[in-house]
Design a protein around this ligand. Structure first.
Ligand SMILES: NC(=O)c1ccc[n+]([C@@H]2O[C@H](COP(=O)([O-])OP(=O)(O)OC[C@H]3O[C@@H](n4cnc5c(N)ncnc54)[C@H](O)[C@@H]3O)[C@@H](O)[C@H]2O)c1
Length: 329
């Protein structure tokens, strides 16, 4: 099949493209190589993908409708997976406009192109952050998620809503993924797992927010990719017998999370075991915009795909540490 994947120089897009290429698919990757974090890491990911002659990269922003249109038209995709975004909760306080540009305008451009190109399936990344102030756990897709705590979450919630209107108006089958704290090799340097490993390796203190009283449903990247691949084949169709699909559009939201939240200090302990070194902890208050706990209900994912993320924290952290050591020396 022919895939058009946005965000292929990013953490998740890279892993997805790599897996699709291994499976024999053709992939056009679209990424602006934004400077939110070390661009060399993004270039290294694209260089790995470029080893396959089935991969072609287009480096341009989603906001450039002309470049995006010619890239999608040339790719003639069966499936579009839209992962490119300005990610990160904390940065959305410093640079809110980056989120409007990439996540609102960028996602709208993808939707508008899907309207013209009519892919078999459009899959787009949302986030567990949309559950915001919800107190009831585990987070369930069918529950309301109307109280985002950060602009990042608000732009993802807006993307879900824009996608629903386009799925309804133009009969585009759309799946929205709500990812829960993804970690693993080639991970993002702005995220806690990477920051913790880097600091502990170098003997620097780590910042531990809310004095460690946080829980995250850490999900290993290989599990996430397996879930995405299986969801590609779960094309939503309006069907009154399936309550996970909107009654008004071929549109559904699916959590992708392990469904077993881990206390932050237990995650730090797993890193300490893998590194054979103790962390020096700098305990801080809760950061504005952050959630105290994330916890996926993964029953829908399992019902649709027969799969649920299963990699243990110790296995996942060991793989991340091994990659970090080999990549950074
Ligand atoms: N990693 C996680 O834990 C997590 C959790 C929830 C949701 N998500 C979502 O998953 C998706 C992938 O996240 P990731 O962790 O791989 O992030 P990432 O930052 O590593 O990858 C995103 C990629 O998008 C590109 N990009 C950003 N703005 C762009 C623009 N305007 N035009 C073109 N390219 C642009 C960046 O250069 C980057 O390579 C994002 O939509 C993110 O919001 C990630």
């Amino acid at each position: 099949m022919r895939f058009f994947v946005t965000g292929t120089a990013g953490f998740i897009g890279f892993h997805l493209a790599q897996r699709l290429l291994e499976l024999g698919h053709r992939v056009v990757g679209y990424d602006a190589m934004t400077s939110y974090y070390d661009v060399r890491l993004k270039e290294a990911r694209h260089a790995m993908l470029a080893r396959s002659d089935q991969f072609r990269a287009v480096v341009a922003p989603l906001e450039d409708m002309q470049r995006l249109t010619s890239a999608v038209e040339a790719a003639e995709p069966d499936v579009i997976v839209h992962l490119a975004a300005q990610a990160g909760v904390r940065y959305s306080i410093e640079e809110p406009r980056a989120y409007i540009d990439s996540n609102i305008v960028g996602s709208f451009n993808i939707l508008d192109l899907a309207r013209a190109m009519k892919p078999r399936h459009l899959l787009m990344a949302s986030t567990s952050s949309v559950y915001g102030a919800n107190a009831h756990v585990p987070f369930l897709e069918s529950e309301r998620a109307d109280h985002p705590l950060s602009l990042y979450a608000a732009t993802k919630k807006a993307t879900e809503a824009m996608a629903h209107s386009y799925a309804h108006l133009f009969s585009i089958p759309i799946t929205l993924f709500r990812f829960f704290t993804i970690y693993g090799p080639w991970g993002r340097p702005d995220m806690a797992p990477y920051k913790f490993i880097d600091a502990i390796e170098k003997g620097r203190p780590i910042d531990v927010y809310n004095h460690g009283d946080m829980e995250r449903d850490f999900t290993y990247v290989a599990d996430l990719i397996e879930a995405i691949l299986r969801l590609v084949d779960c094309v939503p169709r309006i069907d009154s017998a399936d309550p996970s699909v909107s009654p008004a559009a071929p549109w559904r939201v699916v959590n992708i999370g392990r469904g077993e939240p881990i206390n932050l200090m237990d995650f730090v302990a797993a890193i300490e075991r893998a590194l054979g070194r103790k962390a020096i902890c700098n305990y801080l208050d809760m950061q504005p915009g952050d959630m105290q706990r994330t916890f996926a209900d993964s029953a829908l994912l399992e019902r649709l795909t027969g799969f649920r993320p299963h990699t243990s924290i110790d296995e996942g952290v060991a793989a991340l540490v091994a990659w970090h050591r080999s990549y950074y020396g």
